[in-house]
Design a protein around this ligand. Structure first.
Ligand SMILES: Nc1nc2c(ncn2[C@@H]2O[C@H](COP(=O)(O)OP(=O)(O)OP(=O)(O)O)[C@@H](O)[C@H]2O)c(=O)[nH]1
Length: 362
């Protein structure tokens, strides 16, 4: 099991699985706008062909539906707010369904048009809102069909009961389909997120690993350069770590790596991205920080590490140090080159006796 560090949230929050959700949004949008396109054509034709047969209530509500769904589509194009548009559209279509039931439509065939409502409302609004709107429509239709006579059309008994039975079946099966589709989608999204986080987690320290930087973070920088660039890279390496392993054992070496990760998390700002690059080598990326100031922060950290002690299982105090190379990245394409530079500065720091920070400003 990976050991998660206390401050791991920061880099984990940079991982998203938007691509998993975006296809679901496309499905919702397609269902809604397919209904809107069909509704605009069908309703316009119905009004043009039947305005003399329809009751004025029905004609007005059909025209209102067309105006509202056309405006909603324009609103979506402008704002991209799919949920609002879906709620408004399904709300106005709901009113049209009530008007159809109340007036009967042409030759009392209005009830047939209501069957599509649960299907589209579940597909475009999801299980919760779909259930609300579908059950409200069912209750309202039952009231109009079986309630007091307030001037509505009189349907034959057999037609009323068959409509209610058919509508209920469509409603129930649409609910079951949507509820379990959504549930399995969320389960898959959860597993995808967990697997992605695991792939980017260093199993020993629980912090980010090298893959997180190269496969994920650099893409984020490329997509939002103003949020991160220029950034500084700090390449940090524990000094004489082999000797520490040899003297105190491999398990103690592991403890030092975990403790060092905690020091990185606590001493650098939360906006900094910290990752174990391999073995006893770490990288810290300081967004919007030039190398001159980054070198100062690095030196402060180096000093903090040198004053830190770790207790062995025999309660002996062990101090350790690190060397750091610093470079600056102005655009993502430079990353590999600048990392090499940071490595060269790190090599210089080792050459000059370790426990040092080297950069272009040294
Ligand atoms: N305990 C432990 N040791 C590791 C791990 N990964 C790498 N090492 C050890 O880290 C040591 C690195 O040794 P060297 O590359 O010689 O570096 P060093 O001894 O720190 O010397 P300088 O870097 O020159 O200061 C090796 O002995 C590796 O076995 C790990 O996950 N846990």
């Amino acid at each position: 099991m990976p050991k998660k560090s206390n401050n791991a949230q920061n880099w984990l929050s940079l991982i998203n699985i938007d691509n998993v959700y975006s296809s679901d949004k496309q499905r919702q949008a397609l269902s809604l706008f397919a209904m809107i396109a069909i509704a605009i054509v069908v309703l316009s034709m119905l009004v043009i062909l039947n305005y003399d047969v329809y009751s004025p209530i029905l004609t007005i509500s059909l025209i209102l539906v067309n105006i509202t769904i056309t405006s909603s589509t324009l609103y979506f194009i402008k704002t991209g707010k799919l949920e609002v548009v879906a709620l408004i559209s399904m709300g106005i279509v709901f009113i049209m369904c009530i008007a159809l039931t109340y007036t009967g439509g042409k030759e009392n065939t209005g009830l047939y048009w209501l069957m599509f409502y649960p299907v589209v409302s579940f597909a475009s609004l999801g299980a919760k809102h779909g259930t609300w709107l579908g059950s409200c429509l069912l209750v309202c239709c039952t009231f109009i069909l079986y309630g007091p006579d307030i001037g509505q059309v009189n349907y034959p008994e057999v037609e009323k009961s068959r409509f209610l039975a058919a509508f209920t079946l469509v409603f129930v099966f649409s609910f079951i389909g949507e509820y379990f589709r959504h549930k399995s989608h969320m389960d898959i999204a959860g597993i995808t997120l967990e697997q992605t986080q695991d792939a980017y987690t260093d199993q020993l320290t629980g912090g980010a690993n090298r893959r997180f930087i190269t496969s994920h973070f650099l893409k984020l920088v490329d997509e939002n350069p103003h949020e991160y660039l220029p950034f500084s890279i700090l390449l940090l390496d524990l000094d004489n770590f082999k000797a520490m392993n040899d003297t105190y054992g491999h398990d103690f070496g592991d403890t030092v790596l975990i403790e060092f990760t905690k020091l990185l998390e606590s001493q650098f700002p939360s906006s900094a991205v910290k990752a174990r690059y391999g073995g006893e080598e770490f990288v810290v990326i300081l967004p919007n920080e030039r190398s001159q100031r980054a070198a100062k922060l690095a030196d402060k950290f180096r000093n903090h590490v040198s004053e830190h002690v770790i207790l062995t299982s025999d309660k002996a105090k062990v101090a350790f140090t690190c060397s750091i190379g610093v470079a600056q990245v102005n655009n993502v394409a430079e990353y590999d080159n600048e990392l090499k530079k940071a490595d060269e500065y790190l090599y210089l720091a080792k050459e000059q006796g370790r426990n040092k920070v080297m950069s272009a400003h040294s």
